[in-house]
Ligand binder design. Structure first.
Ligand code: C5P
Length: 411
């Protein structure tokens, strides 16, 4: 790696705690420390005891030009973890091992690093590293899910050759990629920095039996494009998504909350709603689910017909629309086949949206599946028809409309 050329513009003066856990990838954290320092950040390193078996604390104290803490009791004041937690602009844990993730997810503080984690008032970012089976283990996935719900930002692991000789997912992200994530994260000159956005995306799946479900053709592309544009403009995004048929976004300011059913989406959104300034309901939520799904695969009965009793799912947008607080902005979508504008306006009113994005299935290139969309942006007293364009360009128009009409006014 040539660290000469790689520098981050937005790290100057930032105070970063680098937590290093006991993985062979700890050697990459030495390079990362060098990149952080060269980018103008102030760095304090703390290491778990097992990390010191891979790399010497002297390496990090030399590179960071600061003392390194490795133990909760050795050579330190009893409340150093509190002072560190208040000092930092960011706690970055790289590499984060399965063991440390498990402790963090459960509030265990048996070393300095985990004590700093619980004391930190700043954002926390983790860059995990472990062998592929540990990475895929249900307990690791459970712990990661919990940490994400606690607001911890994750830098995805990379794929490739692992120290064990196996090949797969689990490699620590390369130091220059971690630096790039931090650079984006600290870019505060964006117009939406400080905004928190909830987005629903994709279809939901409602179980019929273990192999069948009720769903729809939504891919989630529009919601994902919106998440990416909001995040690029500086917002912190919480993306609650059903099973997507598109690539998941990879941005440090997008937290992913995967769900399957409408009820799960409702529960997750209710939990997050009070934390956000803006919510976009782009998911194609199944309106109905089975009153009782079957635990066993349904067999042909030989009869001509078959009936299933359906019950209504919660309407997430309507329900959260009722608990909207002053200053919160709600944006909805309407996919209509006839009487489009009138139906969309009625939904705007009924669901307490500030803006509704209307797709008409009559328009070529609009709606489900494709990479393009043709929409109208409808508010109480304004209808703006947009041209057919890519979903990303449409997302940019929606975000800039929301910025001009609502966010600037609320500032
Ligand atoms: O009533 P309709 O489904 O056409 O309304 C579409 C809008 O309502 C979209 O913004 C969609 O995400 C949202 N919605 C929801 N929960 C439902 C159904 C729709 O949030 N159960």
């Amino acid at each position: 790696m040539s660290s000469q050329a790689i520098l981050a513009k937005n790290l100057k003066g930032k105070k970063i705690i680098l937590g290093v856990c006991g993985s062979i990838a700890a050697y990459k954290s030495a390079l990362l420390t060098r990149l952080l320092i060269r980018s103008g950040a102030e760095v304090r390193v703390c290491m778990t005891k097992s990390a010191t078996t891979f790399v010497s604390p002297l390496t990090f104290s030399t590179l960071s030009k600061n003392k390194v803490i490795t133990d909760i009791s050795k050579n330190q004041d009893w409340n150093d973890h509190v002072e560190w937690g208040l000092w930092a602009d960011l706690l970055l844990i790289a590499p984060a091992t399965a063991n440390s993730l498990a402790k963090m997810a459960n509030g265990i503080t048996d070393n300095f690093l985990t004590a700093v984690y619980l004391s930190a008032r700043c954002p926390v970012m983790i860059a995990p590293a472990m062998d592929l089976d540990m990475w895929k283990h249900p307990s690791t996935l459970r712990n990661l899910k919990r940490l994400k719900e606690d607001g911890v930002h994750t830098i995805n692991v990379e794929k490739g050759e692992l120290a064990s000789g196996l090949s797969g997912e689990g490699r620590l992200a390369e130091p220059e990629n971690i630096l790039n994530h931090l650079d984006i994260f600290f870019n505060q000159s964006k117009k939406l920095s400080g905004q928190k956005v909830l987005i629903t995306a994709g279809p939901t799946q409602e179980k019929i039996d273990p192999v069948r479900y009720i769903s729809n053709h939504s891919t989630g592309k529009m919601g994902v494009a919106l998440a990416e544009v909001f995040a690029r403009e500086g917002a912190e995004v919480m993306l609650v998504h059903g099973p997507l048929s598109t690539t998941l976004p990879d941005h440090p300011s997008i937290l992913l909350f995967p769900v399957t059913t409408a009820e799960e989406m409702m529960n997750k959104c209710s939990e997050l709603h009070s934390k956000v300034n803006l919510a976009v309901f782009a998911a194609a939520v199944s309106d109905y689910r089975l009153k009782k799904s079957s635990e066993k695969k349904l067999k042909k009965t030989g009869a001509d017909g078959m009936s299933m009793e359906l019950i209504q799912n919660p309407d997430i947008a309507s329900s959260l629309g009722q608990s909207k607080t002053p200053g919160q902005i709600h944006i909805g979508f309407a996919l209509e086949t006839d009487n489009e504008e009138a139906n969309a306006k009625e939904k705007l009113h009924k669901k307490n949206f500030d803006l509704i994005v209307l797709n008409s299935l009559k328009d070529k290139g609009a709606g489900f599946g494709g990479d393009t969309n043709k929409v109208s942006l409808i508010t109480q007293n304004n209808v703006q028809k947009l041209e057919l364009k890519s979903k990303t360009e449409t997302a940019k128009d929606i975000v800039s409309f929301a910025y001009q009409h609502f966010i600037v006014k609320n500032k």
